[in-house]
Design a protein around this ligand. Structure first.
Ligand code: RP5
Length: 162
């Protein structure tokens, strides 16, 4: 059970650490790389070759600005690719969002919100839960915990304004 997380730059790492930690908390192995589609495309292709045989099931790709990385990765694999637009430029991440989401027909990238790396991790786990019963059980427990937290917050608000 492995997920690969590829970033366009080491400067994207702070936005991805929650996702890395969340995946690891589910017992998933995580490969983390900073391999720009523009500045390190040969090393990127070599890494994608490794993912063919190392047990990687889903690839999360995060990039900012003209964020071609997720699409370039998707062009080289049929594994599901989840794109995370990173906010970090004068355009507040809208540039990255549109670069990632507007893929041409035939090469999809599942795109989450700007800086939405936690959802990328959850979506990767949901894909893997189709095959892995242990991940499915942990995701269901996680949902139950979220519901309990939300209802607890509601109870507190009701008490505050009764
Ligand atoms: C993108 O440009 C990277 O994904 C990063 O979000 C942004 C800035 O990269 P650095 O100039 O910090 O390396 O390619």
């Amino acid at each position: 059970m492995r997920v690969a997380i590829v970033m366009g730059s080491a400067s994207d790492l702070p936005k991805m650490t929650d996702a890395i930690d969340f995946l690891k908390s589910f017992g998933v192995e995580v490969s983390v790389r900073a391999l720009s589609a523009h500045r390190a495309h040969e090393a990127l292709s070599e890494f994608l070759n490794e993912t063919k045989t190392d047990g990687t099931e889903v690839i999360i790709a995060a990039a900012g600005k003209a964020a071609h990385l997720p699409g370039v990765i998707a062009s080289q694999t049929i594994k599901p690719v989840i794109g995370v637009p990173i906010k970090g430029s004068a355009l507040d991440g809208m540039d990255a969002l549109l670069s990632i989401v507007q893929m041409p027909a035939g090469i999809p990238v599942a795109t989450v919100a700007i800086d939405g790396s936690k959802n990328a991790a959850i979506l990767a786990l949901q894909m893997m839960a189709i095959k892995h019963e242990d991940i499915k059980a942990k995701l269901n427990k996680h949902r139950e915990e979220m519901t309990a937290e939300a209802l607890n917050a509601n109870t507190k608000i009701m008490e505050q304004y009764k």
